[in-house]
Ligand binder design. Structure first.
Ligand code: G3I
Length: 331
């Protein structure tokens, strides 16, 4: 069958999308199309602290387990997102975390969650968005409870703990803002590269860089293909794989006309992917949702009119779907 997943596979690329338990489990029409288009499933929120650790002192895996089973019964690989982040903690965690227990809580969380899915996880976003190019620190690490209570070595600790709990999973450092080259984007790329270099040189088991890829439809002129290529090749030279982990195109500042907007969104996908897929280290492309029916952008901007994803609200293939296929075919 012709699907995003099958076109990508022909080029040796793994394609999939993020989805929420609430949507997949209640919308069977969507679930069917999802399993046809995708080869990998990323629980958008169901493995995060805000879901798994909702209740004090407990782990709640009911949603994540359901997602893992959905993946297995539909022949999809499973990608884990995310073990450590600087925000979106349940309140009880925020109130509990301190210098005396942060290391124990990190280890307990990473061990418990990673072990549960060991052998079933294609890859894990171990640390998410740890770099802030505006940080006044020399290492440009972002302010977070982990950094304040454990120190910069929390990153190494997280990767080692994950690696011991599941030696087979590909361990990913995941970050945003890496696709563009406004001055900020350049600083971000430099800071992330510096972090990855440090981790690799000290032997930390980090295997891949995840580039989120939340593109801004009205800012695509800020993407400099040459600088992006150079960055990808620098990352690859460190011996790292590269995954595009959260691709979508924010259309909230694009024209109102739907036809024009869809064309610009499609162009953004193509312009980004055709550059990125030239780099042999790029193995995986994940869109942050599959259908406009279920995009995080429906929470703001154009809300129910947002059209950032490959399928529209009726699950019809949009120009963006075609553009992604074209970019797979032309690699
Ligand atoms: O499902 C509950 C619902 O039961 C409840 O009534 C409602 C009230 O707040 O919340 C609903 O959950 C929300 C969930 O999205 C589902 O819509 C959470 O509060 C909300 O925090 C969550 O937002 C997610 C956000 O990360 C924070 O975790 C977005 O869906 C998700 O797309 C977004 O994803 C992030 C990546 O993890 C990291 N990179 C950036 C990306 C986009 O922000």
């Amino acid at each position: 069958t012709c699907s995003l997943g099958s076109y990508a596979k022909e080029q040796g690329i793994l394609y999939g999308a993020a989805a929420k338990h609430n949507t997949l489990s209640s919308d069977s029409e969507f679930a069917t199309i999802f399993s046809q288009e995708c080869r990998v499933l990323v629980p958008e929120n169901d493995l995060k602290w805000e879901v798994v650790r909702r209740e004090p002192g407990q782990f709640n895996f009911s949603k994540a387990d359901w997602m893992a089973e959905f993946a297995q019964s539909n022949n999809l690989q499973l990608r884990g997102h995310t073990l450590l982040w600087h925000h979106y903690f349940p309140q009880w965690v925020e109130q509990t975390l301190g210098a005396d227990n942060a290391e124990d809580m990190l280890i307990e969380h990473v061990q418990t969650v990673v072990k549960r899915y060991a052998g079933r996880m294609h890859s894990w976003d171990v640390v998410n968005e740890a770099v802030d190019h505006e940080s006044s620190r020399q290492d440009r690490l972002r302010t977070s409870p982990w950094l304040s209570f454990i120190g910069p070595e929390y990153i190494d600790l997280a990767f080692w703990t994950a690696h011991e709990a599941d030696p087979e999973a590909i361990l990913v450092y995941n970050d945003n803002g890496l696709w563009w080259d406004a001055p900020e984007g350049e600083a971000k790329k430099a800071a992330v590269l510096q972090l990855l270099e440090t981790l690799r040189s000290q032997g930390t088991p980090v295997h891949a860089l995840g580039i989120q890829g939340h593109l801004l439809g009205h800012e695509m002129h800020q993407m400099n293909p040459e600088k992006l290529r150079k960055f990808l090749s620098d990352v690859s030279s460190l011996g790292l794989e590269i995954m595009i982990t959260e691709l979508d195109v924010n259309d909230h500042n694009l024209p109102d006309d739907v036809g024009l907007r869809d064309r610009l969104v499609a162009e953004a996908y193509y312009n980004f992917l055709s550059v990125v897929l030239d780099e042999p280290a790029v193995t995986t492309v994940v869109t942050w949702g599959l259908s406009d029916r279920d995009t995080w952008y429906s929470g703001w901007g154009r809300k129910e009119n947002a059209r950032p994803l490959p399928l529209d609200r009726d699950l019809n293939r949009k120009l963006a779907w075609r553009a992604i296929v074209e970019s797979f075919i032309s690699t």
